[in-house]
Structure formats: structure tokens, C-alpha cells
Design a protein around this ligand. Structure first.
Ligand code: OOG
Ligand code: MG
Length: 253
């Protein structure tokens, strides 16, 4: 399907305003004919609006890489999105919930990219435990595949824990999501496409297909290892990845 510029601009504008006002909107597919390639065009324009306001691209993310997430959202395809510097939250930082529609958090692994994605060199400098804050701009956090792609895969914020050298075995580390010290989700890095490094390769391939090349210092989020949970006022949330440590954030009361 081809999409005309006035159409993708209109759709990106709706999502952009929804994000800025923290007010949900109807799914784009309720009123527009949108397939996945057209939705990626909308996403590119949506993120270009942010960079046009001074944000810098800071990385890439994959979504729906685990069965837990696919089952939770009812969408069964791997998707990719773009991260900007404005989305980064310091480890242990606090967010104001008023800036989001209905934020959720999920435990992830982050990779620090080298800017290389060919066989010549490793694409990865380091790995860290991470938390992603997702916030669908759609009412009731419900969407189809093209809707969530256009909405930059619900990207809203991310926290990266301590960077460290990539250990030999990343494919089966235990992952916990804690809220106020209580474990609310458990999983394994194996849930991330069988191995987060496979997710990384797939993500770089998908982005390259759209002409997006990794940049040295970019962050890559490999996708959640468990279902996401709502971020409630006053909550303190922590992702714990076996052998790698933690990443945490708090929500203002
Ligand atoms: C879409 C984004 C999914 C992940 O890690 O699976 C995602 C959503 O669930 O709203 O970021
Ligand atoms: Mg995620």
C-alpha cells in the first residue's frame, strides 16, 4: 500500500498531539487504511517531529519479541521503534505521571551499540539491565499491528542500569519485575526471541531495511521479557536481571 504525504502527516500529527497532551486518541486504523509499511512511514514522521523540536535520536527498540507480550497485547509480530534522548530517565529517577496517558513498565535488556552492524565488527559494546516505560497513545491501550507501529511502538521512556561487558551466556538469565519490593512478573532473557542477541541482530536488520543505521553510543532495547504492568502513582519499580543487576524508577505520588 502506498501512503500519500498529506495522509501520513495527518496521522503522525494526531499521535504527536496525543503524546504531548497525554490524551488518548482512537486507533488510526479506525479511520485510515494503514498497513505495516505505511505505518512505519507515519512513525518516521512522528519521530521527525520530535527531532525537529530539538530531541536527538538515541537508539532503537524492538517490541513484541516475547510470547508474554504478544499474548498481552494480542499482536503477534515483532516491531521496531526509535528512541530519543528525551525518553531517557536516569537510573533511580522519578517520573511525573501527568505526562503520560496510561504508562506501563516492563523489564528489558539494553545493548550499547558500536555503530557497526556488519560482520567486520561487533555491533555491541556493553549490556545493561533496563526498564522500558511504554505508553500507548490509543484509548484503553488497545491497538492493531499498524496502529502500534505508527505510535512508535508505544515508546515513552527508558532506564538503563549499569553498563557492563557482554557475558558469554545472555540467553537464559532470570528476569524479575518488582513493584515496591514485591515481585510482580518473572521471566527469562530466553523469552526475548530465544536470545537477546538474536533480537539485536533482527532489530538491526529491520532498521537497516528502512535505511536506519546504528550510531556509536546508541541504546538498543531488545524487548520485554515479561508482560508489562501499570505504573501507579508513588510506585517504585525495579527490573532485576540475573548476574547483571538492576534498573529502577519511581513514579511521583
Ligand atoms: C508495544 C510495545 C512492546 C515490548 O518490549 O514488547 C514492547 C506495547 O506493548 O504497547 O515495547
Ligand atoms: Mg518494550
Amino acid at each position: 500500500m502506498s501512503i500519500e504525504e498529506p495522509v501520513w502527516q495527518d496521522l503522525a500529527g494526531r499521535l504527536d498531539r496525543a503524546q504531548q497532551a497525554a490524551e488518548p486518541i482512537a486507533q488510526l486504523t479506525a479511520s485510515a487504511d494503514l498497513d505495516a509499511p505505511a505505518a512505519y512511514r507515519v512513525q518516521a514522521d512522528l519521530v521527525a517531529r520530535r527531532t525537529g523540536r530539538g530531541e536527538r535520536l538515541a537508539g532503537l527498540k524492538l517490541g513484541l519479541t516475547s510470547q508474554a507480550k504478544m499474548a498481552q497485547m494480542g499482536v503477534h509480530e515483532v516491531i521496531w521503534g526509535r528512541l530519543t534522548d528525551a525518553m531517557q530517565i536516569p537510573d533511580g529517577g522519578t517520573v511525573e505521571l501527568a505526562g503520560y496517558v496510561h504508562p506501563r513498565v516492563e523489564p528489558e535488556l539494553a545493548f550499547l551499540l558500536t555503530g557497526q552492524d556488519g560482520p567486520a565488527g561487533s555491533p555491541v559494546r556493553a549490556v545493561a539491565p533496563a526498564l522500558e516505560l511504554i505508553d500507548s497513545r490509543y484509548r484503553d491501550f488497545r491497538f492493531t499491528l499498524p496502529d502500534v507501529i505508527a505510535d512508535n511502538t508505544s515508546a515513552a521512556g527508558f532506564v538503563v542500569g549499569q553498563w557492563q561487558p557482554v557475558p558469554a551466556g545472555l540467553a537464559n538469565l532470570g528476569v524479575l519485575l518488582e513493584v515496591d519490593g514485591r515481585v510482580v512478573q518473572t521471566g527469562s532473557t530466553a523469552a526475548i526471541l530465544g536470545d537477546p542477541l538474536r533480537a539485536l541482530r533482527q532489530g538491526l536488520r529491520l532498521a537497516a531495511g528502512a535505511g536506519v543505521r546504528p550510531v556509536d553510543g546508541w541504546v538498543f532495547l531488545a524487548g520485554a521479557a515479561t508482560a508489562a504492568v501499570p505504573l501507579a502513582p508513588g510506585a517504585h519499580v525495579r527490573a532485576v536481571v540475573e548476574g547483571l543487576g538492576t534498573a529502577s524508577l519511581g513514579a511521583a505520588a
